[in-house]
Design a protein around this ligand. Structure first.
Ligand SMILES: [Zn+2]
Length: 401
């Protein structure tokens, strides 16, 4: 990875002071953004949120160099804004990935309104990941206010991340391919950035047997429930904690009555893996799943929803850079690997270095105790600004004629 100069040209402590002065305005921005509820399955709400965001982005960052909008169909649209670097567009852009949908249905705001209590901000989606976008935007403002260098930037905003990024995935992939690196402003893990994420597979196993009277004619029946039960044990045995692989049969259903040999049964399975090798192993095992009774059939459907985000050398380099920039700010930046996936997984699959979890400090993603820290928001804004500054391409010395 070319990380540009990899040394900040901006005064980090002055950057921090400036960021701290924006406390009230940044909190108000977050309040306004959280005030627009944006559940992944509510297209009109997503449209309204995106419309507000476009106005807010124009207000905060000025007009982008280029705007692309991708129709999400039944899902939220994706917008891509390109912003020039301080010294033009000569270098490949740094991508910033943010999603504007949340898991919270309309009306959550009535029960849990936006509130600031000391250092704690609560409200639906503050932690995952509305504070993250506010931080990303204010990191750019901080650099502009300091007159500091920044690389060309590409902001990708999608509205279907919480349901698997089905519509936005091709956009994320095409807009991220060949770029310098991707910074993901998803929430941190207890302050740690995320340098590895598991891949997630969602599968269904269906067993088909032969129905028969369980008492009168048991020999001609083939039980799909029996087949599925055996398959569940086989599937759970594929878990390998040492390799970071979990296989969870989360739901099962099947059969019609207790006196009928079950003709059909099915199970839904969540698989998480930490390496591409484990994806191959699980694929092979699922393909080899065979019925106990040859008269029965087992079929597997589903696929890998998100590929593995492995900690490659580029990602390790980005983390080291961020950690070194955090130290003079009095911040010990840790890294971690997590089981949850994000759009960072798509970027990593393309071979683009990814640093994820640059967003909110707090806790409670998808949970009622969700909160974000005000000081964390200011601190991470400053860190993101320092990182972007360090990623700015070195200014070319002017050649004398
Ligand atoms: Zn998220």
């Amino acid at each position: 990875m070319t990380t540009g100069s990899s040394t900040p040209t901006v005064d980090l402590l002055r950057l921090r002071d400036w960021t701290r002065e924006q406390r009230a305005t940044m909190t108000e921005d977050l309040r306004d953004y959280v005030g627009l509820e944006s559940p992944s399955d509510d297209k009109p709400a997503l449209r309204a949120t995106l419309q507000w965001l476009e106005g807010w982005l124009a207000d905060r960052l000025g007009p982008p160099l280029r705007v692309r909008r991708f129709d999400g169909g039944e899902y939220g649209d994706t917008i891509v804004h390109d912003y020039p670097g301080a010294s033009g567009e000569a270098a490949d852009p740094v991508v910033m990935l943010c999603h504007y949908d949340t898991v919270w249905p309309i009306g959550t705001l009535t029960d849990r309104p936006f509130r600031v209590d000391g250092d704690r901000i609560t409200g639906p989606g503050v932690f995952d990941m509305k504070a993250g976008l506010v931080q990303a935007v204010w990191a750019l403002r901080a650099l502009d206010a300091a007159g500091a260098d920044r690389p060309p930037l590409r902001l990708v905003l999608n509205g279907d991340e919480e349901i698997g990024s089905l519509a936005s995935r091709p956009v994320i992939e095409s807009e991220t391919a060949g770029t310098r690196c991707a910074l993901v402003f998803e929430a941190s893990a207890d302050g740690a950035v995320k340098t590895a994420r598991k891949g997630v597979g969602l599968f269904r196993v269906e067993a088909h047997g032969v129905e028969a009277h369980a008492g009168l004619d048991p020999a001609s029946g083939v039980s799909a429930v029996d087949e599925l039960a055996r398959a569940v044990l086989t599937l759970h045995a594929l878990s390998d904690p040492g390799a970071g692989t979990t296989v969870n049969v989360g739901t099962i259903s099947g059969g019609t009555r207790s006196n009928v040999t079950a003709g059909h049964a099915s199970a839904d399975i969540d698989v998480r893996v930490a390496t591409r090798a484990e994806i191959d192993r699980i694929d092979a095992e699922l393909a080899a799943l065979a019925p106990h009774d040859s008269r029965a059939t087992l079929t597997v459907s589903g696929d890998w929803n998100r590929p593995v985000m492995e900690r490659g050398a580029g990602t390790a380099g980005l983390y080291a850079l961020a950690r070194d920039l955090a130290a003079p700010l009095g911040l010990e930046l840790r890294e971690c690997a997590v089981g949850g996936a994000s759009d960072g997984n798509f970027a990593a699959q393309l071979g683009v270095p990814v640093l994820d979890g640059l967003g909110a400090v707090g806790d409670g993603a998808h949970a009622r105790h969700e909160y974000a820290s005000v000081n964390g928001m200011l601190e991470r804004t400053c860190l993101a600004a320092a990182l972007l500054n360090a990623l700015a391409p070195p200014r070319e010395p002017r050649l004398s004629p």
